[in-house]
Write a protein that binds this ligand. Structure first.
Ligand code: UFG
Length: 353
């Protein structure tokens, strides 16, 4: 299939691109390299450099499937030309795009930061994604694989969290993902969109084949920060809160390896194409680890001490997020196979050491 991966040079996107190419698909990447890294771009993919918020570029790309057409492949778009507003699609005429499916990874993802900069998150995560959906609809591209999040659930009312758990986000980031999930459900009903809402729990790890080695810059997530301390590029880290109602007082998360996320995405896309039904799935292992357990495992794997201070809670952090992950197995035959904590930390240490 001919696939557009927006944000295909980013941390998760780059892993998905490798998986799609391995599975024999034709891949075009649209990335503005705001956080993506050139060294992580799979050479088998066609690269279009530009910003998804450049609506003219998006329209041309989706209208032509140009990434695999020659056309403007590898063209440089002016990523500063951000178009404001939301592009409507209802009255526009339709053309036939050549992409069979669109994957979207070009979003902001730091739950803590979203509480300080909600305007930034609404623009990048809500407005840009609705513009994308409208552009897809205008060009009759119906299949969409969307990175949603466990953050849409908020504080668990019960554990493990299944897909029917109420969605009441407690950080603005989670809200941005929920708005898009709800919009996709409406567009499915009203416009024939076929979507997979993949609710990631905590993505971590690096390609087990060692093909992706560019490290995320200025990370806000636990594991890359732990790795930077182990590697000596960061002197010390903070543990945000030790008074949560958990076994050691620190937050529990369900960490999922990016290679496992990648296989799930390919299966989800194939499901949309073959079953013609929408999908909403948790992507997780069902196992939770505390912040201190993660630090301990990283000390063991790296053989280095990880200097940390216990500080106050970070706003917007639920105490525990652990998934019921069986639905993904039942519908798309997927379950995690690289995600036990040791394997996950080892795959990261191979990059950071
Ligand atoms: N943490 C620290 N110190 C740090 C960084 C994180 O103690 O320097 C703690 C956090 O407080 C939290 C845990 O480590 O308890 C995990 O934090 P992350 O920032 O790594 O991840 P979050 O759980 O906040 O969010 C992540 C992704 C979201 C996604 C969510 C789903 O960033 O995009 O997982 O569970 F939605």
């Amino acid at each position: 299939m001919n696939i557009l991966v927006i944000g295909g040079a980013g941390y998760i996107g780059s892993h998905i691109v490798y998986e799609l190419n391995d599975a024999g698909h034709q891949v075009t990447i649209l990335d503005n390299f705001a956080t993506g890294l050139r060294e992580n771009v799979d050479a088998r993919a066609t690269l279009v450099e530009g910003d998804m918020q450049d609506l003219d570029l998006l329209d041309r790309l989706l209208g032509s499937g140009q990434g695999n057409d020659g056309g403007q492949a590898n063209s440089k778009a002016d990523s500063s030309s951000l178009a404001g507003g939301i592009a409507g699609s209802d009255s526009d005429s339709h053309s036939t795009g050549k992409f069979d499916s669109v994957f979207h990874f070009a979003a902001l993802k730091a739950a803590g930061e979203s509480m300080e900069k909600p305007g930034l998150y609404s623009q990048a995560n809500i407005i840009a994604t609705i513009n994308l959906l409208n552009t897809m609809m205008r060009h009759d591209i119906k299949n969409f694989v969307f990175s949603s999040s466990a953050a849409t659930y908020g504080s668990p009312e019960y554990l493990p969290i299944d897909e029917n758990h109420p969605q009441e986000p407690i950080n603005y980031y989670g809200y941005t993902k929920l708005v898009i999930e709800q919009t996709m459900a409406w567009y499915s009903q009203l416009k024939g969109l076929r979507y997979a809402a993949l609710r990631y729990f905590n993505a971590a790890g690096y390609d087990v084949q060692g093909r992706i080695t560019g490290k995320e810059q200025n990370p806000a997530n636990l594991l890359p920060i732990v790795m930077e301390v182990a590697a000596g590029t960061r002197a010390k880290m903070q543990v945000f809160g030790s008074d949560y109602p958990t076994r050691d007082g620190t937050c529990i998360r369900d960490y999922i390896h990016v290679n496992d996320l990648a296989t799930a995405h390919v299966k989800a896309m194939e499901y949309l194409a073959s079953e013609n039904r929408d999908l909403t799935l948790n992507l997780a292992t069902g196992e939770g680890y505390t912040v201190l357990e993660v630090i301990k495992e990283a000390e063991k794997v790296s053989g280095r001490p990880i200097s940390h201070d216990i500080t106050g809670r970070r706003p917007g952090d639920p105490a525990e997020l652990v998934a019921a992950s069986g639905q993904a197995f039942e519908t798309i035959g997927w379950k995690a196979s690289h995600s036990d904590l040791k394997q996950l930390v080892e795959s990261m240490w191979n990059v950071y050491k």
